[in-house]
Design a protein around this ligand. Sequence first.
Ligand SMILES: [Zn+2]
Length: 294
Amino acid sequence: MIQEFADLGSQFIWLSIPFSALSGWIFTSMEKIGEATENPFEGSANDIPITAMSRNIEIDLLEIINEPHQLKPIKAINSILTYKRIIHFAKIFKNNEEWIASKLKSNPDYFKELSKGQTPEVLYIGCSDSRVTAEDLMGAMPGEVFIHRNVANMVISIDLNAMSVINYAVRHLKVKHIIICGHYECGGVKASLQQSDLGILNPWLRNIRDVYRIHKDELNAIANEQDRFDRLVELNVQEQAINVIKTAVVQEAYRDRGITVSGWVFNIRTGKLIDLNIDFPKVLEDIMQIYRLI
Ligand SMILES: [Zn+2]
């Protein structure tokens, strides 16, 4: 056993971690974020058994991934176990084997069927943010949604990547619905609100600054900074949906088979998916005077 003592503020807290459990980990720091308790807490974080005199100690651990220089920080809160889990690089292929086994267990022909082709009805354009996992939040299965993700769910007319995805999804896969999905606490949108030179990200984020400029009267009237940030996320979704409508391929699919474009926001604070209820036919009518291509 090793004992770590920390005198943090007025309370004396002790923490005990079995030395053997620390193999592959480096214990770096401990921070008291709550009061010490009378009864020792026994629990674990990241499978490391912990005994502590407080239920609210924040522990910083570094997990050794592969090479000694590849260290990733882990923050563990002992009692509540709301520590940050990071994917262990060396375990990815093992996870994959387990995933294959679980799929085949429920359906021996799962991959045989999957390899036959795709006929998704939905094109989803979302943010690359690691917390906004498109399939998970929609409960979608492989083959059901064609997905494109980039920083801040942007649809930029000279972005060959996004334009190719839209073209392929609409013209070849013949999707019936296109969804632009943003999310609150979006780092890309937040960066656009700050005055800083972000190098190659400048021209990308400039497009979000343009959204701010278009809606600056509404946004500047919002006193609360968080509310203004949230509203910019929503308006950015709206403008990117409009950018989708500006493309010839979508205008053509609307005329020929009534494709729809929707704007959603994922509330990362509650998990709820919000439909911004963009009035697609009206938006189309409004912008067609300028953007009609077909
Ligand atoms: Zn984002």
